[in-house]
Design a protein around this ligand. Structure first.
Ligand SMILES: [Zn+2]
Length: 90
């Protein structure tokens, strides 16, 4: 077993949620919604932010891909998330 994948419970949805490594990762079910903080945790471990930015379980950041309401250079929700949750893996 890969120890880095043991941090979250296995997917029990049917059909099984997409893995965080595929382009369809956002289709996974939401397992923890935090609208007041602007992010949702998906079943596959991906954190999706209101600005469509994503934080993958391995620490990679996907830049927001819906540019309509986000200006480049402004603070990102990811920084807020790191401050709130003490994320320090990257
Ligand atoms: Zn699932």
């Amino acid at each position: 077993m890969n120890p880095s994948s043991g941090l979250r419970p296995p997917c029990r949805h049917r059909p099984v949620c997409p893995s965080p490594d595929v382009a369809d990762r956002e289709a996974a079910r939401i397992v923890a919604a935090h609208p007041e903080q602007g992010w949702n945790l998906l079943c596959n471990g991906v954190v999706v932010f209101d600005d469509t930015g994503e934080l993958l379980p391995d620490g990679r950041i996907i830049a927001p891909h819906r540019p309509t309401d986000v200006r480049p250079g402004t603070g990102s929700n990811i920084e807020q998330f790191r401050a709130i949750c003490g994320w320090r893996d990257f």
